[in-house]
Write a protein of this length. Structure first.
Length: 118
């Protein structure tokens, strides 16, 4: 069973910063575009940011200019640096690895709670 291991969530005040990390098995990481999604109760899981194997990134409009996704191919880790956090960023954040070989494969992390509150 493929495991993506997340770390870095927690409680932060509005305007603060957090960094999420996600480590993946090497064979999965090398083949995958990596992404971060978030979900609040009663709503669908939404894409926050994504980075392809060659480093191309895309972001949800709501986080552009505040969040930065990056990947370290030496350690098979993807990061999400979150700055200028506001209460609307409160959610469970999930790491995703996706690649396609004949069909699409999706793997998920365990989820990390991020709470932005004073």
């Amino acid at each position: 069973q493929v495991q993506l291991v997340e770390s870095g969530g927690g409680l932060v005040q509005p305007g603060g910063s957090l960094r999420l990390s996600c480590a993946a098995p090497e064979n999965i990481f090398r083949m995958s575009a990596m992404g971060w999604y978030r979900q609040v109760p009663g709503k669908e899981r939404d894409l926050v940011a994504r980075i392809t194997r060659d480093g191309t990134t895309n972001y949800a409009d709501s986080v552009k200019g505040r969040f930065t996704i990056s990947r370290d191919n030496a350690t098979n880790t993807v990061y999400l640096q979150m700055n200028s956090l506001n209460p609307e960023d409160t959610a469970v954040y999930y790491c995703n690895a996706q690649f396609r070989v004949l069909r699409t494969y999706d793997y998920w992390g365990q989820g990390s709670q991020v709470t932005v509150s004073s």
